[in-house]
Ligand binder design. Structure first.
Ligand SMILES: [Zn+2]
Length: 116
Protein backbone atom coordinates (compact mmCIF):
# COMPACT_ATOMS: atom_id res chain seq x y z
CA UNK A 1 0.00 0.00 0.00
CA UNK A 2 1.39 3.39 -0.99
CA UNK A 3 1.26 6.16 1.62
CA UNK A 4 1.31 9.85 0.93
CA UNK A 5 4.73 11.20 1.82
CA UNK A 6 4.97 13.16 5.03
CA UNK A 7 5.89 16.86 4.71
CA UNK A 8 9.61 17.52 5.14
CA UNK A 9 9.13 19.58 8.31
CA UNK A 10 7.15 16.77 10.00
CA UNK A 11 9.48 14.05 8.75
CA UNK A 12 12.55 15.88 10.07
CA UNK A 13 10.89 16.83 13.38
CA UNK A 14 11.25 20.56 12.77
CA UNK A 15 7.64 21.77 12.97
CA UNK A 16 8.35 23.29 16.41
CA UNK A 17 10.69 25.75 14.73
CA UNK A 18 7.70 27.29 12.93
CA UNK A 19 6.04 27.78 16.32
CA UNK A 20 9.11 29.58 17.68
CA UNK A 21 9.05 31.80 14.58
CA UNK A 22 5.39 32.68 15.17
CA UNK A 23 6.02 33.37 18.87
CA UNK A 24 8.81 35.82 18.02
CA UNK A 25 6.68 37.40 15.31
CA UNK A 26 3.73 37.74 17.71
CA UNK A 27 6.01 39.39 20.29
CA UNK A 28 7.15 41.83 17.63
CA UNK A 29 3.57 42.65 16.63
CA UNK A 30 2.42 43.01 20.25
CA UNK A 31 5.28 45.42 20.96
CA UNK A 32 4.03 47.78 18.26
CA UNK A 33 0.87 48.52 20.28
CA UNK A 34 2.58 50.47 23.12
CA UNK A 35 4.93 52.05 20.57
CA UNK A 36 2.04 53.44 18.52
CA UNK A 37 0.18 54.70 21.60
CA UNK A 38 3.05 55.40 23.99
CA UNK A 39 1.21 58.17 25.85
CA UNK A 40 -1.36 55.66 27.10
CA UNK A 41 1.17 52.97 28.04
CA UNK A 42 3.98 55.17 29.39
CA UNK A 43 2.41 55.31 32.88
CA UNK A 44 3.01 51.61 33.54
CA UNK A 45 5.85 50.80 31.16
CA UNK A 46 9.22 51.62 32.73
CA UNK A 47 11.00 51.86 29.39
CA UNK A 48 11.47 54.58 26.81
CA UNK A 49 9.80 54.47 23.39
CA UNK A 50 13.27 54.06 21.86
CA UNK A 51 13.91 50.96 23.99
CA UNK A 52 10.53 49.55 22.99
CA UNK A 53 11.29 50.23 19.34
CA UNK A 54 14.66 48.52 19.60
CA UNK A 55 13.07 45.52 21.34
CA UNK A 56 10.39 45.35 18.65
CA UNK A 57 12.98 45.46 15.86
CA UNK A 58 15.13 42.86 17.64
CA UNK A 59 12.22 40.44 18.01
CA UNK A 60 11.27 40.90 14.34
CA UNK A 61 14.85 40.42 13.19
CA UNK A 62 15.17 37.45 15.53
CA UNK A 63 12.03 35.89 14.02
CA UNK A 64 13.39 36.28 10.50
CA UNK A 65 16.89 35.04 11.38
CA UNK A 66 15.38 32.07 13.22
CA UNK A 67 13.16 31.23 10.25
CA UNK A 68 16.02 31.33 7.77
CA UNK A 69 18.74 29.87 9.97
CA UNK A 70 17.05 27.15 11.98
CA UNK A 71 15.44 24.95 9.32
CA UNK A 72 18.44 23.43 7.63
CA UNK A 73 18.60 20.32 5.45
CA UNK A 74 20.80 17.65 7.00
CA UNK A 75 21.87 16.41 3.57
CA UNK A 76 22.95 19.60 1.82
CA UNK A 77 22.97 22.23 4.58
CA UNK A 78 20.63 24.47 2.60
CA UNK A 79 18.14 26.74 4.36
CA UNK A 80 14.77 25.10 3.88
CA UNK A 81 12.69 28.20 4.72
CA UNK A 82 14.88 30.66 2.80
CA UNK A 83 14.09 28.88 -0.44
CA UNK A 84 10.33 29.27 0.01
CA UNK A 85 10.56 32.88 1.18
CA UNK A 86 12.62 33.84 -1.86
CA UNK A 87 10.96 31.68 -4.54
CA UNK A 88 7.36 32.02 -5.67
CA UNK A 89 4.58 34.16 -4.26
CA UNK A 90 5.15 35.95 -0.97
CA UNK A 91 1.56 35.17 0.05
CA UNK A 92 2.01 31.43 -0.28
CA UNK A 93 5.50 30.75 1.11
CA UNK A 94 4.20 29.35 4.39
CA UNK A 95 1.75 26.97 2.71
CA UNK A 96 4.47 25.73 0.36
CA UNK A 97 6.94 25.45 3.25
CA UNK A 98 4.53 23.32 5.28
CA UNK A 99 3.51 21.10 2.36
CA UNK A 100 6.90 20.42 0.76
CA UNK A 101 7.84 16.75 0.95
CA UNK A 102 11.50 17.14 0.02
CA UNK A 103 14.34 19.62 0.27
CA UNK A 104 14.03 22.21 -2.53
CA UNK A 105 17.82 22.42 -2.77
CA UNK A 106 18.88 18.77 -3.06
CA UNK A 107 15.61 16.81 -3.26
CA UNK A 108 16.25 14.88 -0.04
CA UNK A 109 13.03 13.25 1.16
CA UNK A 110 13.49 11.94 4.71
CA UNK A 111 11.82 8.68 5.64
CA UNK A 112 9.43 9.13 8.56
CA UNK A 113 10.74 7.32 11.60
CA UNK A 114 9.00 6.13 14.79
CA UNK A 115 10.43 8.97 16.87
CA UNK A 116 9.64 11.76 14.46
ZN1 LIG B 1 18.91 19.50 0.97
Amino acid sequence: MRHRREPWLEATGQVWKIHVFFALLAASILLTVPILDFARFSAFLPVSPVALGLLQMASFAGAMLWLVGSMVCESCGGSFAWYFVTHGGLGSWLVRLRAAADCPHCGEAPEPGPNR
